[in-house]
Ligand binder design. Sequence first.
Ligand code: ADP
Ligand code: MG
Length: 239
Amino acid sequence: MAVVSVRNLHVAYGTLEVVKGVDLDVAQGEKVVIMGPSGSGKSTFLRSLIWLVKPRQGRILIDGVEVRQETLREVRKRVGFVFQHYNLFPHLKVVDNIVLPLVKVHKLPYKEAVARAREALSLVGLEDKANAYPLQLSGGQQQRVAIARALAKNPKVLMLDEPTSALDPELVEEVLQVLEDIARRGTTMLIVTHEVDFALDVADRVVFFEGGKIVEEGPVEILYNPRTERFRQFLRRLH
Ligand code: ADP
Ligand code: MG
């Protein structure tokens, strides 16, 4: 069964149509990388899957549950989301940034939440920063905390929107390394990224978005040999 299943998805801002009829399935354990030019609707697409932007039309199933107003809370509990900007609470310690949603949203007992938070921090190699404040950390470390926060809820699927594109170049690698480790553990992942080497290492499938549509998709080999001229041109410009 697909963990994420999307049919005929349409999303608009006012009169601006941004996602124009997208179908996508992500199987259990699968890693799907989404690429595409700026403004092609990648972020809108990803956000709309958990109704951070409400779609105009289409059907979304997450872990077998149809996304609707009544199921939204449950659905969001099953999705770990990592944004381009890490969105940590600056006045909370690292560990409390992770504990807070576990207690408030997931209703875990505090002690269990702390144990989960520490476990998640160890997965991203930051156990020793549990009591630091976000602004005492580098951008790469902050993004690793955001990843730990998303993982701590034991999500059915981890969605990441350009997780390294706001980072200084020298901090990108540590975050990609952490994501590779997570991928290897079998987590289902849907990732918007332009990191080709990363995609080649972890992705099972690559999806190329343009103009709010999937223009091309296939196994990672399409990165070496794209079928469409548009994807070929896009990839050429990345280098
Ligand atoms: P991408 O992530 O591929 O760069 P986005 O989904 O961010 O693309 O944006 C797709 C289009 O939607 C762009 O034209 C962008 O200007 C527009 N857009 C994005 N967010 C909003 C918003 N909150 N309100 C209005 N227009 C938006
Ligand atoms: Mg984007």
